[in-house]
Design a protein around this ligand. Structure first.
Ligand code: SAH
Ligand code: DHB
Ligand code: MG
Length: 225
């Protein structure tokens, strides 16, 4: 099987299950028109995020990496009335496109989009007492995934989830000496998880329109676990 087939399967899944609508398509188009990279989660992956959010009864979600807010819209829609998504985006131009997309989607009122490097936003969130979160989606700069994960473990409620995207990167996760800082970070993430009794985690490989990659999924253990 090759990447073309993986994409066909994603298209079949998205088409047959009706994953997407005019508003989401418009959000994607706005990103393309602004010259932004098309690296958002695929529609089947976005539906997975929705399912995870609903499965844990999420009301409060934190996202690292907004881009054009495609995943943000899916997450916001997964929440009940009064739900809130905090999403962190370093690129001010991208954030502008994201804001317009969130407005068009009718979810701007429940999304707190913060512009700037995520690592700078975290102490502020902490000081404001935002959280604890029910679900965190880590999808920003990949070298910092272990840092975002470490912060998230401290700020997700017991039974809540942490999901990290782009952990497998064409299988390079298996390379001990890749010399690639983004992959070394994903291997460090695994070492940190293995040493941390507060979480139960796994990594699931994926293929699809975005090639061969994968998600790390972690649940924050209750204190007695
Ligand atoms: N979650 C989005 C895709 C995010 S792509 C979706 O699936 O729709 C990764 C995003 O992280 C990009 O928009 C990039 O600008 C942003 N980013 C990169 N470094 C960052 C940082 N240090 N802090 C916050 N965001 C960052
Ligand atoms: C890429 C893919 C992603 O899902 C992401 O969040 C960042 C980058 C990429 O393929 O380069
Ligand atoms: Mg990603």
């Amino acid at each position: 099987m090759d990447a073309e087939r993986w994409t066909e399967v994603d298209e079949f899944v998205a088409g047959s299950l009706g994953l997407g609508d005019e508003v989401l398509e418009a959000a994607l188009r706005a990103g393309v028109e602004a010259g932004m990279p098309e690296i958002q989660v695929s529609p089947p992956q976005a539906r997975m995020l929705e399912i995870l959010a609903r499965a844990v009864g999420a009301r409060t979600v934190l996202e690292f990496g907004t881009l054009a807010a495609y995943s943000t819209i899916w997450l916001a829609r997964a929440l009940p009335e009064g739900g809130r998504v905090v999403t962190l985006e370093a690129n001010a131009k991208y954030a502008e496109v994201a804001r317009a997309n969130l407005e068009r989607a009718g979810v701007a009122g429940m999304v707190d989009l913060r512009v700037g490097p995520a690592l700078d936003a975290l102490p502020k969130l902490e000081a404001e007492g935002v959280g604890p979160f029910d679900l965190v989606f880590i999808d920003a700069d990949k070298v910092h995934t272990p840092d975002y994960f470490a912060w998230s473990v401290e700020h997700v409620r017991p039974g809540g989830l942490i999901v990290a995207d782009n952990v497998v990167r064409s299988g390079t996760l298996a390379e001990a000496d890749s010399g690639d800082a983004t992959i070394e970070a994903q291997r460090r993430l695994h070492a940190a998880i293995a040493a941390d009794p507060r979480v139960t985690a796994t990594t699931i490989q994926t293929v699809g329109a975005k090639g061969h990659d994968g998600f790390t999924l972690a649940i924050v253990n209750p204190p007695d676990c």
